[in-house]
Structures are given as structure tokens and as C-alpha cells.
Design a protein around this ligand. Sequence first.
Ligand SMILES: [Zn+2]
Ligand SMILES: [Zn+2]
Length: 648
Amino acid sequence: MQVRSSGGEHFLDTEGVSGSNPLAPTTQDPILILGFQQERFEIGQARNQKELMEIIYRDGRTGELTDYEQRLEVLRHSTSHLMALAVADLFPEVHLGIGPPTSEGFFYDFERAEPFAAGDLARIEEKMAEYARQNLEYRPSLTPIDEAVEMFSKMGEGLKVELIQERADQTLSIYRLGKFVDFCMGPHLRNTSQIGPFKLLSVAGAYWKGDEKREQMQRIYGTAFFTQQELDAYLQRLEESRRRDHRKLGRELDLFSVQDHAAPGLIFWHPKGARVRAIIEDFLRREHERRGYQYVVIPHIAKGDLWRTSGHYDYYRQNMYTFQVEDEEYVLKPMNCPGHILIYKSTMHSYRDLPIRYAEFGTVYRYERSGTLHGMLRVRGFTQDDAHIFCTPEQVYRQVVEVMDLAEFVLKTFGFEKYRVDLSVRDPRRPQDYAGTAEEWEFAESNLMRALSERQWEYHRIEGEAVFYGPKIDIKLVDAIGREWQASTIQFDFTLPRRFNITYIGPDSKEHTVYMIHRALLGSMERFFGVLIEHYAGAFPIWLAPVQVVLIPISEKHHEYANHIHTLLADAGIRTEMDRRNEKMGYKIREAQLQKIPFMLVMGDKEVQTGTVSVRTRSGGDVGPRKIEDLVRSVQHLDAARALNLSI
Ligand SMILES: [Zn+2]
Ligand SMILES: [Zn+2]
């Protein structure tokens, strides 16, 4: 863990934060939530054995690193010190926060009354390059803690003093770089000649220690690599991610909004977004009912006692919204499970009734700190495509396989061909940390493994990653530009059936505890929709497109013909809009392309005379004239087939 240390390692240590998880929530997040870790591993493995990095530890010993990940972390951490040196030089009024490496690069938090301007980043970069050329050494030293406190107090670095005073050690390790001093566990590069290409990326607000009540810091993000080629590839991916940013596209395509003044972290679905959502829900509902699921609807609020029985009140309270109704405490549901369990429990069940599979588009509310909210990806209220399977032990295997098949079918239908599967199992060395008996765990884990191998799914088995109530399979989908997103999950639960005492009558006429599996395929409508927007860069396949066809009459005199076509298409169930504005045809076509509408039907004198339309696609393809009946058939065919292309 030493390589993870930074200017504020005490805080990092106590939070157990790894680089991939910047600890302090930001007030806005201009960068991306997810990284490109997978790709970096691949680059790294290719380069791994070849290179050595000379480093210096805090006690002054020197050493060498070969592991790519570790070298990258030291490089970035060292670059963050270089950045702090440059910032302190250019802006002597700043106070220092912390500056760790992250999975994407590094950041450093500064306290400064005036916000950094856009041009400041370039100035800081120049200054960094200037210092890097001077071959400055990273010089460690060990200092008694009271001396360190005195030194940082004299420097006016109150936040550093606060961090130092939280430490129990007698000595503190300090690294100097030029006139910049930071307390830091190291290790660092030997000197700045080892610094590779770097780039400062953005500035965001962040709270000191992630606490909304503390100082507001300015966080400068940057990244660093060993070669220009790696940096360029990263920047290109970042650019592509920004182009696809669902918050930007959500606005441009009028799909959804987040209205911070009214409801931070909650999504307002606009007509076009709501239409896509309804299509997704219809598709899922039909598939689930076809496969034996039954849809239910449960209340959004329930008494505190229900959540005491479920255990959420004790273990999840900090994320729950609670309020009073007639002297009684109520909870806004953070989970759907207890509601589904109550429906199950409302009658007796024989083994012959099982499996029972209750599904719901279940909206839940969970408190998230305001600084962590991010568009549709991190929200305070969302709707899960949730379901709970109640079954006998004999049925477990079949149920797991069926959920896997359904998940695969659904994700592929949405155009996700690649995914990564994790099997999270218990840590056998700490049986006391888990609910349920050893036999139950053994049984559940072996069923999950058997299902995975029967379906020939490649997976990573992660020991100790299971939640306390049962083992699980997680499916992370890989989007068009290689980012991974958590989607489906299949989780056993050994606690809730006992807490609620839900049973079935077996063939022996005795009561048995039912097996319960939680599962969601998309995860949540909000998050999945955000991912879908980014995956397709807003250009949804035709079956999902909120508007499938736009009619573009060349002039006013073609409106009557266009109205007639509009009726034909609408009757055929094709989602159609007509651009009646008095604008040039070229302008209307460009607008429709920007709105990513799959097909544009242009109509002028020639089309009116021949009873045709001139068809163009959003990618700029000119398909040519089509008889209207042919076009209707083609679009209906693409829609029904849930095709991912627009070939007609
Ligand atoms: Zn450091
Ligand atoms: Zn559940």
C-alpha cells in the first residue's frame, strides 16, 4: 500500500481509498466516472518486464520497480508533487490539500479564494516542464512530529497540520522537491528527469475531506504516462468520452434533465427520454412474463419496523430517508425486497407453487452525498429492473441458468456484445463474517460455478468479495469505447428468508426455508439509460429511437402530401415527426442528423407525383426514392428485429 501514499496519506489510509476511487466528492465532475483500466493493463503487460524505475523510499534507501502498475502510480504521484511545486510558485497564496495518484492520473487539491482560470493550466504545465528540466531531486527525510507541525504551521499550511496531528506516529516522513515540501509516505522517483509526458486536464471543486461543511478546495486533475503514445491514446479516449457524455447529449437531444434547485440527484425524464424508457420497459416486461415472472407493485413508503425486520434499519440507515407520519417513523424504500417478501408471505406456498418470481420496475431512494452525484450514473432515486426468485434448493441451479440466459439475451439485444463476469465468493478464512451456514454457501457457490461453466462463460472468481448475505455473479458490460459498467447481478440471500421467516411446504408436509435470489439485469433504468446514451453516442438503434422517422417537406405546398404520409406511418406504429418549419431543406436535414433521427424522408414535387419519398439516413447516407409501402415494411422489419443497423 505504500505506493498509494500521498500528501495526505493518513486520510487515505483511514479511508482505505485506492487510486481508482478519488476520496473526496467533488462539487462537479468534469472527468469521467469510469476509467480505462482494462486497456491500461494490456499496454502495461506488454511493457511490464522491460523497464525498471529507480525510486527513493522515505528512509532514504533507493530501489527499483518493474511492475507497470506500481511504476505508473509512482510516476503520477511524483508528477502531482511537481504540479504542486509549480502551482505554489505561480500562486503563492494557495494552501495545500492532498494530491494522490488515481487510476486515471493524479490530482492535487488547493485552497485559494480566486478560481483557477482556463489559461492557468497551460501556465502551470509550462512551469512544471521548466522545473522538470532542472533535474530536481525528490529528497525524503524523517522528522519528529512536533517539528513537522511547527514547520507546516510556519508555512501557513493549516490543512497539512490538521492531517499531521491526526497521526499517531512519532516521526513523519517528508519529501522535498525544490522549495515544495509535502509530508508523504513515498516512494518517489529519484529526480524529475524521470518524469514522462503529462497533461493537466481540468479543475473541479472538491470539499476538504469530502465533507460538505469543510473548506471548498480546487482540485486540479492531470495525467501522466511513460510515453507520448500512451498519453495521446488516453487523451483521444477522453475526448471521445466527452463527446459521448450522457449529460451533454441528454440536453442536446432533450432526453432528461437534473434540476439541482428542485431535486438534486433525481432525474426528470423529458418526453423523448420517457418514450425510450417505456420501450425498454415494454420489452423487458414481455420477456419476463414470457419466462414465467409475475409483475407486482409495492408502496414507496413503509413503517420503520419493516426495515428493522429486514435489517436495513441497522445496517443501511445512513442511506435511508426517514420521516414521521402520525407519530410513527416511516422509510422511503431503499430496496424492493421486503415488499416482495411480504407478498410472498401473504399466503402459504407448497413446493408445487415454486419457483415464484416477482418482478417490478421498482423505484428506490438512497441518500448519496451531493458531491458524488453524477448525471444519471450516480443518483438519489432510481428504478431497478428488479426481481426476486423464491425457490426450493432443487430449483436453484435451473433458476440461475435461466437468469444468466435472460441477462445475455437482454444485453445482446441492447447491442452489448462484450462483458466481464465476476463471481464473488466468501473468504473461507473468515466464516464468522457471513450469514448462512457453511453448507448453504457451499451449495450456492457450487451452483453458481456449475451454471457459469455449463454456459461456458469466462469469469473471474473473487474470493472475499461476496456480500455478507450470499455469493453473487456480477456482469459488467463493455461499451463502444471499452469502458466497463456494472449491469446485471444475481445474488443469493441467506438472511432475508430467515428474518421474515418465509417458507414453503415440502413433499414431506413440513415447512422449509425458501431459497431467495435477488437479481437485476440492467441494474437501474437511469444508469442503464445513461450508459446506453454514451454507448450509442445518442444514435439509438431504430427500435429504441424516440423518433424513428422525420418528414421533411421541401416547401409549404408539399405539406398536404407530408400530412398524408404522416398518417400512414403513424397508423403503422412508426414514431414519426414532421418538420413544418419554413427553413431550407439542407438545414432541416442537418438538424435531423444532429437529433440522430434514423430516417429522413424528403418530399418535393417529384415525390408527390410518383407517390414516393426520398430516404436519407442520419449517418448521411442517401438511400434514394422508396415507395411508401416499401418504406413502412422496411422500418417495421428493422424495428421488430431490433436491428442495430439501418440497412433497408
Ligand atoms: Zn507524495
Ligand atoms: Zn432484492
